[in-house]
Ligand binder design. Structure first.
Ligand code: ATP
Ligand code: MG
Length: 415
């Protein structure tokens, strides 16, 4: 799949942009603060709904406006056309009919009712300076990395997550409404039982997906990391969730010799039901054991919303012990694993965005990156177009690279 044209309206510093792009390498160059990152962010938001650098939709609206719209015209691998359009409006916008903020997603000129029907259509992998957050920052960055990757491949996972977040918000509202001086009325206890039971059920399904993808990411990222670092260091990634859950899953898979089946085509319905039951019982027991604490603190202290992935180099947690360069290499290996996993599961070739990444990588890392990208449609941003020469030769296919100059929210294609 590749993008034929990009349309932005009131997005960041773009008032209106209609731009045709090439099917191979597209290079956007210009001084700082001209709108290069904003453009690629617009492309990413049009395909994935959320931004890679902010979770606030209002940040994306051009200052002084009340809505943004980002659209892509696409050509699929079989030559057919399709289009995606995502619009977000605030409560002040004329598009808001009920005085509330909202979003409209259009796929092929028809409304997409669910985000899950929209986000898998055009897969984009973005490499950006923010990737370093996955290795060195809070668990929420690693959860976002994992959730985004699995959602791109599995719309059902996205729906599980949405249901989980909705139920958790309802349970939290109940926890907030209970005053610690209250003796617990049985009605509240019953309601909490209901939320915990439903959350445990959803948690088991989410855990089964997350464990599998963390294993895949670990294997693939470790291989990439080995080849970039010359095999000197060993990267490993572990799934960290509610205590005892990973052990129970691994015991089930080993005892029943189901590991290979689980990792490849998936478990049979009856095995899936059995392990799901074991995991949801464990989660439920854990939620019950912290109930008094949670009521006291008005929070959900335990659950898969606190999951993490632990990234280690030679057995040491990278977040705490690794150098900036080692962290950057690991971030690159993780993103290359994302690209490889999407290629494994999705039939059309993902589109790639490299936002300002070349300047931060040395030659070996740059070459590892570009050699994984041959033949795809690529969007590159940089301040100096002369900095990338050899890399373009590796990446571009039969079509020549196209250059665009970005200045104050305007883009001009080089003849
Ligand atoms: N919501 C917004 N409305 C209007 N302008 C915005 C908005 N958000 C950011 N900007 C502005 O967009 C400008 C360009 O930002 P962008 O991140 O795209 O720059 P860039 O070309 O990638 O620069 P660099 O080379 O430094 O990475 C900044 O001056 C910023 O203030
Ligand atoms: Mg930038």
């Amino acid at each position: 799949m590749f993008i034929k044209s990009i349309h932005l309206e009131n997005f960041r510093n773009y008032g209106r942009l209609d731009l045709d792009v090439g099917p191979s390498v597209n290079i956007f160059y210009g001084n700082n603060a001209q709108g290069k990152t904003n453009l690629v962010e617009g492309i990413y938001v049009a395909s994935s709904v959320t931004s890679h650098r902010t979770s606030k939709d209002t940040d994306l609206i051009k200052f002084g406006e009340n809505e943004y719209k980002v659209s892509l015209d696409l050509i699929d691998d079989d030559g057919s056309s399709c289009s995606l359009s995502s619009c977000y409006y605030t409560e002040k916008s004329e598009l808001s009919r009920n005085g509330r903020p909202g979003r409209t997603l259009i796929r092929d000129n028809a409304p997409a009712d669910k985000i899950s029907e929209y986000i898998g259509v055009c897969n984009i992998v973005i490499f950006a300076p923010e990737d370093l957050n996955i290795v060195k920052n809070a668990p929420s960055f690693r959860r976002k990395f994992l959730n985004t990757l699995i959602s791109k491949i599995s719309p059902s996972y996205f729906n599980l997550l949405s249901n989980y977040s909705r139920l958790l918000a309802q349970k939290n509202a109940l926890l907030k409404s209970i005053r610690s001086s209250d003796s617990m009325p049985s009605l509240v206890d019953e309601q909490l039982n209901f939320w915990d039971y439903s959350l445990a059920d959803l948690s088991a399904e989410i855990i089964l997906k997350r464990y599998k993808f963390v294993k895949l990411i670990s294997d693939i990222a470790c291989r990439h990391h080995g080849s970039i670092s010359g095999g000197k260091e060993n990267l490993s990634i572990e799934y960290n969730t509610i205590f005892g859950v990973v052990g129970a899953l691994e015991t089930f898979l080993t005892k029943n010799s189901k590991y290979d089946e689980y990792m490849s085509k998936g478990l049979s319905e009856s095995d899936y039901g059995r392990i799901k039951g074991i995991l949801s019982d464990l989660v439920l027991a854990k939620l019950k054991s912290v109930r008094n604490y949670d009521i006291d603190k008005h929070i959900s202290s335990t659950g898969i919303h606190r999951d993490d992935i632990v990234i280690k180099l030679d057995g040491l947690v990278m977040k705490s012990f690794s150098s900036q360069g080692q962290q950057r290499t690991a971030a690159l290996a993780l993103k290359l694993s994302e690209l490889e996993i999407i290629k494994m599961f999705v039939s059309s070739t993902p589109i790639l965005i490299l936002d300002d990444v070349f300047s931060e990588l040395d030659k070996t890392r740059r070459m590892s990156l570009v050699s994984a990208m041959k033949g795809a449609q690529i969007f590159i941003t940089c301040t100096d177009k002369n900095m990338i020469g050899e890399e373009i030769d590796v990446m571009q296919g039969a079509n020549k690279a196209a250059f665009y100059r970005v200045e104050s929210g305007n883009i001009e294609a080089e003849a």
